[in-house]
Write a protein that binds this ligand. Sequence first.
Ligand code: BGC
Length: 419
Amino acid sequence: MLDTALLKEFQQPFLLSTDMIKHIAVQFRKAMYDGLCGKTSPLKMLPSFLAAPTGQEKGAYMALDFGGTNIRALLVELYGNGHYAVIRQRHTPLKTSSYDYTADSVSAEELFDFIASEIGQIAPAVTLSLGHTFSFPSYQTDINNAKLITWTKELKTTGVENANITQLLSEALIRRGLAHIRPAAVINDTAGTLLTAAYSNPAADIGSICGTGHNTAYLEPWYHSTPMIINMESGNFDKLPLTIFDAKLDTNSEKPGQQLLEKSVSGRYLGELLRLIINAMIKNGLLPAIEAKRLNIPDAVTTKDLSLLMADSVIDLTTVLTLYERTSLQQIAALLQKRSAQLTAATFYGILCHIDPKLERRHHIAIDGSLYEKMPGYAQTIQATLTDLCGKSMTSLSTGLIKNGSGIGAAIAAAMAKK
Ligand code: BGC
């Protein structure tokens, strides 16, 4: 028989009240301010050297989208005012059963040679500018030069941290006989998402990724007195009410102490959090010792499993667990998902309060990523939390999915660099 009091003890630390969410938003806004002033802050507040597009960006561009799971090479034609066509594209995983370009045994040159050969598969034989979406915290000195500060999302490839990403790519393109493909802009995927949304919608001023990783960029109206898209690297925000499970996950991770918001909200980690909780529930007699061997392996539970569990589609479980046990597991999975969406919404509210304290203007938050797109209820929870926080002003705020914005955004950035 299920011990409901004990089950509640597991659930309680994951519940966030409106006051707690507001408090997180206030802390987030303060961290933005500190980061912008050069004070110590968990938010890196990295300038992109790009403002919003005019909508007049046009022409053919190569784009490379490097997010950590796949490489996507694209040939894009921009027509202006939000219109574009993907002429060719190629999608390749960075890790399969026969190779792994994310491992520390692989060098920067090997990784970028692989990337260049992927670009070579679809690049035409004419000179073209290339926009590169590189979805990791990078310090930029201009629109086309970025240094990787630190790997996130558990990537480990050697020799990339502290290196100039554009130089690594340019050299690899030359080695592959692709000198006619010329890197012209490097951006974060959050900036790409924002650029793609703003290409057709001038109210778009926040771009976010809720997928394998998590991060948000926004259009700072007054960055050294000019508008500038800022990559906040908000996944590193750390003023959060974390649980013992978050702490355990962090200790076992590649970079303990870093990316605490990302570790509690993103797809790379939600499955692992669930695995740690299931193991503790088994220990406390709330669940039978099912699949004990598999559950001892880190990352054995994925965010996809979490979604399947919530939809009651894990066939095996219906035979080995009672209805009560399945329901208790589903409740935990739902709480993890809800907390993720609520924390994300809290950061959005913090940004809105920074750029427009009285919420007088129209704002659009463009979001991409598998959690936002595919996890049932996720987008709705973000929306509901924002409605709760913004009250009446919610009428001037919209949120929406922008698919593949990071790749298209790279082409838009390359066009903006031309000017
Ligand atoms: C990276 C960000 C990126 C986000 C989403 C995080 O791990 O640090 O730069 O925007 O993932 O891909």
